[in-house]
Each structure stands twice: as C-alpha cells, then as structure tokens.
Write a protein that binds this ligand. Structure first.
Ligand SMILES: O=C(O)CCC(=O)C(=O)O
Length: 263
C-alpha cells in the first residue's frame, strides 16, 4: 500500500481508493457476520428524494464484526497520515443500497462544523466494498477537488462514480461533495461498511459514549476504547477528574454489580 499516494490524492482530489484493501477471506467473514444486520436494512420513500436506503448506524453497539478492521494498522496509518495523530472514530455504519434505491442528495460530511471553506481536513470518511461498487449498484458519486471549494455545488454538478472491486477502500476528505449512488439493478445489493473518523478534539457525529453500552466498552481492546474516545486528548480534553473516562465507566459498572448483588 502506498500511503503517500493516498495522502496526495486525498489532498489534491479529495478522495482516494485502495483497491485491494481487504482480502477475500476477510470480506467473506464480514459478509457472514454482518448478514443479520444487512438483512434488516430497509428503504424509505420521500416525495423529494424517492426511495432511499436506510443505513444502520451505531454498529459498535450491535456487532463485534468490524472491530478487527477498525484497529487494522493499515487503516489507522492512512487516517493518521491525513488527520495527524489525534483522531477518533466519529461513527460506524452498515450501508446497503438495494435495487430501486435512488441516489442521495449531494452533501459534505463536515457541514456540522461551522468553519469556513477551504480548511484542513477535519474528517476522513471511508467505505469498504463488501460487493464490487459499480455505477449500476450505487457506487459513491464524488465531485473531484470539490473539498477545496468555498461554496455549495449544484445538485446536478457532474460527478465521478467510484467503482471499486470487492475489498476496496474509498477514503474521502469530509469537505468533499459526494452522494451515495442510485441502485438501478434488478437484484444486486451494494453491501459496505462505513468507518468514519474525525479530529479527536471535535464532537463525534454519533455519540459513542452513550451509543456503545458500558459493558460493551469495557470488554473492548484498549486500542478500540481509545479510538471511540476513551482517552485524553490535547492535554486533558474529555477527562473525568483529570483521568481517562474509561476508569469512571469501570468503577460505575463495579458499583452497579455490587448494588445488584446486595438486593
Ligand atoms: O453510500 C455511499 O456511497 C455514501 C453515503 C453517504 O455519503 C452518506 O450517507 O452520508
């Protein structure tokens, strides 16, 4: 994997693809372990946007299937090379545009933060292809170099569809204008996992402290606990009594177990 090539492409184009990121065995395992989650993904219809896929969010509370990929050194090396050493998981989701789902509205993922554009990357979001991404099944559509734009782009601005093979990784700067493509196939689903990262001193898109139950958090490897925010950032941001909040979680769990066994 050429890290510098990916960093340069994200800086210049706003996105990059690592086509052979996961091997077939890992993809197969993810497909199997995530099957109940993908089977549950539905669609909804709205007057403005037509039939849209409904993503499954807060994945770390629902499955252990993606833990291994999230702590993969290859992935973290890429994220660190773009965001610097102090980053965190901002959200983890499963996405599976189904036949008939329409493309999304064009958007930027870092619109939550009211900071003028262009700015250095605040967010790096990723999708891993558990089915090949094709124009027909809803490959992500991007506007190359639009992370550098000051203003909004028109919804009908020409896009590039990011086709990639099974196991491929797409990374993009959160400022890039993009959308999930529409699925025009009869029977082909676009299974993917969406692993999102931001600078550790920003609020996470999805609240990991509430979303992931304490008993799940304490059973996680320390590396994953730190990635979801259980760490000290910039000399003490996010502490409880100046300490890593994981200590509070462990203490409270112990206390509640003691109370339960006393009654
Ligand atoms: O599914 C995709 O290709 C992109 C999804 C996306 O951009 C989003 O849901 O914000």
């Amino acid at each position: 994997m050429n890290v510098q090539r990916v960093v340069d492409e994200v800086r210049e184009e706003g996105f990059a693809v690592v086509p052979d990121f996961l091997d077939e065995m890992t993809v197969e395992r993810l497909r199997r372990d995530l099957a109940p989650i993908f089977d549950d993904i539905g669609s909804r219809s709205s007057e403005d946007f037509g039939q849209q896929t409904i993503h499954t969010h807060n994945l770390l509370a629902k499955t252990r299937a993606v833990d291994e990929v999230l702590v993969d050194d290859k992935l973290l090396t890429l994220i660190e090379a773009i965001l610097g050493p102090d980053f965190q998981i901002s959200g983890v989701a499963a996405m599976r545009p189904a036949p008939g789902d329409r493309r999304q509205h064009m958007h930027r993922d870092d619109g939550h933060y009211p900071i003028p554009y262009p700015h250095p990357p605040l967010i790096v979001n990723t999708l891993i292809a558990l089915d090949p991404f094709t124009v027909e099944n809803g490959a992500t559509e991007v506007v190359p170099r639009s992370h550098l734009l000051t203003d909004k782009v028109d919804q009908d601005k020409p896009t590039v569809s990011v086709e990639m093979p099974l196991g491929g990784l797409l990374l993009w700067d959160g400022a890039l204008w993009h959308r999930g493509g529409g699925n025009s196939t009869e029977d082909s689903y676009r299974r993917s996992i969406n692993l999102n990262f931001n600078l550790a001193w920003l609020k996470q898109r999805e609240n990991q402290f509430i979303g992931v139950p304490p008993e799940v958090v304490v059973a996680m490897p320390e590396k994953l606990q730190a990635l979801i925010g259980y760490k000290l950032t910039n000399f003490g941001l996010g502490t409880v009594d100046y300490r890593n909040p994981i200590e509070t979680v462990k203490k409270r769990l112990l206390e509640s177990e003691e109370i339960r066994s006393a009654v």
